[in-house]
Design a protein around this ligand. Sequence first.
Ligand SMILES: [Zn+2]
Ligand SMILES: [Zn+2]
Length: 233
Amino acid sequence: MNLIKLPRAALEILVPRFCVLCAGFVDSAHPWPLCDSCAATLAPIVPPACPACGRALISEVGMCVRCRSRDRPYGRVEALYAYAGSAKDLVGAYKFAGRTSLAYFLADVVAQRLRHSFPGRVLIPVPPRPGKRKANGWDQVDVLATILQRRYGIVVMRVLKRRGRSQQKRLNAQERFANAARSYSLIRRAITVPADPVLLDDVITTGATLSACASILRAAGATTVDALALATD
Ligand SMILES: [Zn+2]
Ligand SMILES: [Zn+2]
């Protein structure tokens, strides 16, 4: 038997894949390790949602109470999922457990959302901490951006960089905004930025990162900066 001539489905049987959420076998129709039943348990956020943090609005109108007191330099944020339940497990498996092949699933969902909510817009990935790629071997937002670019033809511009190695997660909200504001910059001065880019990030918590990145892009000439995140916490 010639292995090279085996159809792809047969190869999948030889190399079975297991679902990251339930450990069951995954249908070979998709290139990602997530079964159809678990994918069906992911509850996407449906409008109306807060334009500042992407959370679903239940009884509030316009904007959630948490976001009303703060000015923001970005326009609208959309998040695919609330950071809870199976969506949290999924994003966690992707972010922290190094399940890079989940990027294909997430990129597929992100591409659909971009087409629906931000058609034709240039995507700018939020950059990782310096040294993160070296330490982990990859950066989850950048891997997504690469698939979106290559598989879905979305225009991606990597115009931002991050300095400083401090992690945001140990800081309170006020410290996060101050830290984020000094952590990001353009990759070089006088770079041309798109007029209405969409920032891509993984999980939104306080919005400090989006605010910092959007301020830089606005100062560099962008008129509207929106954002899309995998999840909102
Ligand atoms: Zn499953
Ligand atoms: Zn909000």
